[in-house]
Design a protein around this ligand. Structure first.
Ligand SMILES: [Cu+2]
Length: 248
């Protein structure tokens, strides 16, 4: 049997590795800036999942490395067999019940976050129709937004702090409408309309990306979302999307 001291030392090493892993999950900026309320919820979910997963990963790796080192075959043991072990009920109940409870908890939390992200918030909401085609995105602003005739734009302008319901269609093949700064993505599928909802909360310009291989020009299928102050958005809409070249 390994000594108490080596078990204690391994435990301390595992705790240090866990602390370093969790610190790295915060210290490194894995994601682009957060530009929507949904992005904040999603990133918080990511951190909770990381904090739950890192200790388990360290535990599994530690037990494997510890066992490989301490129970390795020594010279002269080539013909010996291991001890005849026939299960351990208490251990088996524990290692079934604990992961089950943990998984159920994380699944429920993820469900709540995703459900919250999809819920219509109180206050104003605009609809923007998104069309994907090989190899460009087009945005249609309906009469409910323009107050007159609808118009189209190749640049996506959105008012800050207002909910937007994207109605996403495709003219040809399946694309994926992805706004990394919003942490949102959904497929654009020919024949059906898909939706997601975002509340931009950071003024600036961010990439829009097609995230599903859709043909030879797939890598060029990008555009930009401009989150601007509501007054500036109104002015842009009144001009019929004329100031498309300006960025915000
Ligand atoms: Cu595409």
């Amino acid at each position: 049997m390994p000594s108490r001291r080596s078990i204690a030392a391994t435990g301390v090493a595992a705790l240090i590795a866990t602390a370093i892993g969790i610190a790295l999950s915060y210290a490194i900026h894995w994601f682009p800036v957060q530009a929507s309320t949904q992005a904040k919820n999603t990133d918080t979910l990511y951190h909770v999942l990381a904090i739950a997963s890192i200790p388990i990963f360290v535990l599994v790796v530690t037990v494997i490395l510890f066992s490989v080192w301490h129970f390795r075959m020594k010279p002269g043991q080539e013909l010996q067999d291991g001890p005849p072990i026939h299960g351990n009920t208490r251990l088996e109940v524990l290692w079934t019940a604990f992961p089950a409870a943990l998984l159920l908890g994380l699944v429920s939390y993820s469900f709540v976050v995703l459900h919250d992200n999809e819920r219509k918030p109180a206050g104003k909401e605009i609809v923007v129709e998104v069309t994907g085609q090989q190899f460009a995105w087009t945005y249609q602003y309906p009469p409910s937004v323009t107050g007159g005739a609808p118009f189209s734009s190749t640049q996506l302008y959105l008012p800050n702090n207002e909910s937007v319901d994207f109605a996403i269609r495709s003219k040809d093949v399946i694309h994926a409408f992805w706004i990394p700064a919003f942490r949102l993505q959904i497929d654009a599928v020919p024949g059906i309309t898909t939706h997601y909802r975002a509340t931009p909360d950071r003024i600036g310009s961010y990439p829009v990306v097609c995230n599903l291989l859709c043909g030879v020009g797939h890598s060029t299928m990008r555009s930009t979302v401009h989150v601007v102050a509501p007054a500036r958005f109104e002015a842009w809409v009144r001009s019929g999307g004329a100031s498309q070249s300006s960025t915000g």
